[in-house]
Ligand binder design. Structure first.
Ligand code: AMP
Length: 391
């Protein structure tokens, strides 16, 4: 059960709501190339406007080094939001201080103000008290709807909640509810699929899931380190030497729950046009590297996904940016979409694979936060959630 106050528990009539959204969108030459996160924030924004609030939105965007890094300005996002909502959307060239204060005080009920990138102030990521107070001074109520940033204890996600009544938006609530239910009360069998480059990022996740899931399917570069731990030579494959011991102990702990690829696609160079061959999982000759799972692994993984009650997927099965090594990832995406299971995609590359396949509407929930969903899978309580008022 979601036990934090949400926007439905608050009265917004005539109030200014400071909403932390996750507008950390990909931009190319000032144009948003994927608007998922902006669209995902609309239900909360529209609810607040319909309930008599003035809406002040703040977010970080990328990792700017200084405030002069206008490549990371929130202005294009504000302009884009203006095309999605039917009310005036203003933009303030700072998120705190006189410019933000003037813009917030002249904002009318039923209007939206987008503040400049919170990370233009280095105090943001230090959860600085002064910055938190300055943000809080702009509004009457704080709403956190930024699931993608909820694993960060920053001024705009955590600190500000000390100085205003603080509640969750619809997106944050939905994300937490989906992941929480999958982990704590899953429809079984609960199958987790983990991929991506490295084990080292996901050791905590695998440990936690070994206690919660029925089956964990491992693909991607991280499978190489597990295969190395089983004693295979991995040739020129990506292997994390300092994670081999951990991989061996996870294999011992996981027993039959932990399922590795049974075959693999090898390449003689890290190049889409490299020579390839498909082999059973085993020794990889020198000069060759494993860049995708093979057809037998795809069949095995797909069968287990088809029989699942709950599927959670995070991380590609191979180097899916190269079309010749994308098959494992796209076939697994298809299996997840076709399965009758409650399906949750943990953001990032897996979400992008599902979107590219045109299968997004067949998934129960696609998370907007890769890092935050991984921390939830690891069993960590997100600081951005902990900071909100209990119901
Ligand atoms: P992560 O950020 O850990 O989720 O990893 C995603 C990256 O892992 C993608 O850019 C993939 O290209 C990469 N990846 C997946 N499988 C492999 C592999 N077998 N060898 C090298 N890189 C891989």
């Amino acid at each position: 059960m979601f036990n934090k106050k949400t926007i439905k528990d608050m009265d917004f009539q005539g109030k200014k709501a400071l909403v932390r959204v996750d507008f950390n969108v990909p931009l190319k030459n000032g144009v948003i190339t994927d608007d998922t996160r902006v669209v995902a924030a609309l239900p909360t924004i529209q609810y607040l406007l319909a309930h008599g609030a003035a809406v002040i939105l703040c977010s970080h965007l990328g990792r700017p080094k200084t405030a002069a890094d206008l490549e990371y300005s929130m202005r294009p996002v504000a302009e884009y939001l203006g095309t999605l909502v039917k009310v005036p959307v203003h933009f303030a060239e700072d998120c705190i201080g006189p410019v933000a204060e003037a813009a917030a005080s002249s904002l009318k009920m039923g209007e939206v103000l987008v503040l400049e990138n919170t990370r233009f102030h280095p105090e943001e990521t230090k959860n600085d008290e002064g910055m938190s107070r300055a943000l809080a001074s702009l509004a009457d109520i704080f709403v956190n709807d930024a699931f993608g940033s909820a694993h960060r204890a920053h001024s705009s996600t955590v600190g500000v909640a000390d100085y205003l009544p603080a509640c969750a938006g619809f997106l944050l609530e939905k994300e937490i509810e989906y992941l929480d239910r999958a982990i704590e009360d899953p429809k079984r069998p609960f199958v987790a699929i983990l991929g991506g480059a490295k084990i080292s990022d996901k050791i905590g996740v695998i440990k936690n899931l070994l206690a919660k899931a029925d089956t964990i399917l491992i693909g991607g570069g991280m499978a190489n380190t597990f295969l190395k731990a089983k004693g295979y030579e991995m040739g020129d494959s990506l292997v994390e030497a300092d994670a081999i011991e951990t991989a061996a102990s996870l294999i011992a702990e996981g027993g039959s729950k932990l399922i590795l690829p049974v075959d693999m696609v090898l390449a003689d160079a890290f190049d889409n046009n490299a020579l390839t061959r498909i082999v059973e999982a085993g020794d990889v000759p020198a000069g060759w590297r494993c860049l995708d799972i093979g057809p037998k692994s795809i069949a095995l993984f797909s069968e287990l996904v088809a029989g699942a009650g709950t599927v959670v997927w995070n991380g590609p099965m191979g180097v899916f940016e190269m079309p010749n090594f994308a098959k494992g990832t796209f076939e697994v995406a298809k299996a997840v979409a076709e399965s009758k299971a409650i399906s949750i995609i943990g953001g990032g590359d897996s979400a992008s694979a599902i979107n590219q396949s045109g299968l997004a509407d067949k998934i129960s929930h696609i998370s907007t936060g890769g890092g935050a969903s991984l921390e939830m899978l690891e069993g960590i309580i997100l600081p951005g959630l902990a900071a909100l008022a209990d119901r």
